[in-house]
Design a protein around this ligand. Structure first.
Ligand code: AMP
Ligand code: GLY
Length: 420
């Protein structure tokens, strides 16, 4: 079948590399893709939120499966539109995608179904928000309700910091409409892990564990980013913890969907903080994580297209989902200025000097300038390695990273360093 992947990052490149292995896959298109993706798929000049154009293209080319990478088209209802035209699309409906479109909606759902999460208060005006500032302990977490491309969460050490964050988001509208409603949330101290799951409306199957690094600098310093690296499996999630997460978090979520009549299909990404051995939900995303997907796809044994089709058609309970024994590491190479800004058009050197068969170089934001690969956004490349241990994968990944250079590049040197 012909398959269309919507999106342009390293996540989409990782999905495409896995989709290519499927015996069901004939031709892959990507909208809009990037220079690396263009080597393995036909890239289209259509933006992910141009739902009408995507739908017309899918009809014209008889696309058997459309895979949606980013959240924006999901929140805008791309899956509903495709299904109404008789087309198959992997991802949740507009209604189910509200879990990413509104943090307050997710908090209400978690509370209603007694799923462990931080204490919170939803506020609708600046004055109301300020009136609660003395009722919380610090640090306090201030979250814009709507989509904010990873920039909507403020960890505020003091009341003054919280006041400033609220003023920025609710009065100065620094995040636009996304800050109309705000969630004030108890700070959770612990270790983070990501639990991504395949869901078909009835059945939820957790993927293997992975760990993301959100901050820009080593030792978790500096601003939050989309993610600077990942590894899988996460040793913190041993069998007992995986069972606990499934029993206390994931199963109640699935039951909550069924009780509330929410038909959730696609990937559910549950961000967790493990606090003194107790997993608590930080957030839901309604899509694959980036860069979690890069390591997960390296470790997925089963045909991804078959899994996706079973999610769309409601046969997930009969579908196997198997993982390879090995360990995967992904190091993100980012542009100068990221995450505040990013340079574009900077030539990348050394891409053809990596020969290690354990390495996969995925492109996150690249374009061709004068016949050469160049940067085209914040996160530029994902250097991924698969090996027998996390440490060996880590060493392979960094060996490859050292061969690649571009002006003002940044990457963390502590991804998957487990000894700290
Ligand atoms: P979110 O978009 O909700 O996942 O938040 C982004 C990041 O902020 C998370 O990955 C955490 O590192 C941090 N964060 C969010 N909520 C909390 C919380 N209640 N306590 C501590 N850290 C948090
Ligand atoms: N890596 C975090 C995310 O995809 O939201």
């Amino acid at each position: 079948m012909n398959i269309l992947v919507v999106g342009s990052g390293g996540r989409e490149h990782a999905l495409i590399e896995k989709i290519r292995e499927s015996e069901l896959c004939e031709k892959i298109y990507c909208a809009p893709g990037n220079a690396g993706i263009a080597q393995v798929a036909e890239c289209l000049d259509i933006q992910p939120t141009d739902i009408e154009a995507l739908c017309n293209f899918a009809k014209e080319k008889q696309i058997g499966l459309t895979v949606i990478g980013p959240e924006a088209p999901l929140v805008e209802g791309i899956v509903d539109k495709f299904e109404s035209e008789g087309l198959k699309a992997f991802g949740p409906s507009k209604d189910a995608a509200r879990f990413e479109g509104s943090k307050a909606y997710t908090k209400k759902f978690l509370q209603k179904h007694n799923i462990p999460t931080a204490q919170y208060k939803e506020v609708h005006t600046f004055e109301e928000a300020v009136s609660y500032l003395d009722k919380f302990t610090y640090p306090l977490v201030v979250k814009a309700d709507g989509l904010a491309a990873g920039k909507g969460v403020f960890i505020c050490p003091t009341k003054d910091d919280a006041y400033k964050a609220l003023d920025d988001v609710m009065n100065k509208k620094t995040l636009g409409d996304s800050g109309d409603v705000v969630v004030l949330e108890e700070y959770l101290d612990g270790v983070e892990t990501s639990a991504l799951c395949f869901v078909d409306g009835q059945t939820l199957i957790p993927m293997t564990s992975s760990k993301d690094y959100k901050r820009i600098f080593d030792n978790d310093m500096g601003d939050n980013t989309g993610g600077m690296g990942t590894y899988s499996p996460n040793p913190l999630v041993d069998e007992a913890m995986a069972e606990k997460i499934e029993k206390t978090v994931l199963a109640p979520i699935m039951k909550g969907f069924l009780d509330d009549g929410i038909v959730y299909k696609g990937v559910l990404y549950v961000g967790l903080m493990i606090c003194d051995g107790v997993p608590k939900v930080l957030e839901f995303n309604v899509r694959f994580g980036d860069p979690e997907t890069q390591v997960l796809m390296l470790r997925l044994e089963t045909d991804l297209v078959k899994i996706m089709l079973s999610c769309c058609d409601g046969f997930l309970s009969r579908q196997e989902v198997k993982w390879k024994e090995g360990c995967a590491v992904c190091v993100v190479m980012a542009s100068g200025g990221y995450p505040a800004s990013s340079e574009k058009g900077v030539v990348i050197n050394g891409l053809d000097s990596v020969f290690d068969e354990n390495i996969k170089i995925l492109h996150a934001a690249t374009k061709i300038v004068d016949g050469k690969f160049a940067t085209n956004g914040g996160r530029v490349l994902n250097i991924c390695a698969l090996s027998d241990t996390i440490e060996n994968a880590r060493q392979s990944a960094y060996k490859a990273v050292e061969k690649i250079t571009f002006d003002r590049m940044q990457y963390r040197s502590d991804i998957a360093k487990l000894d700290k």
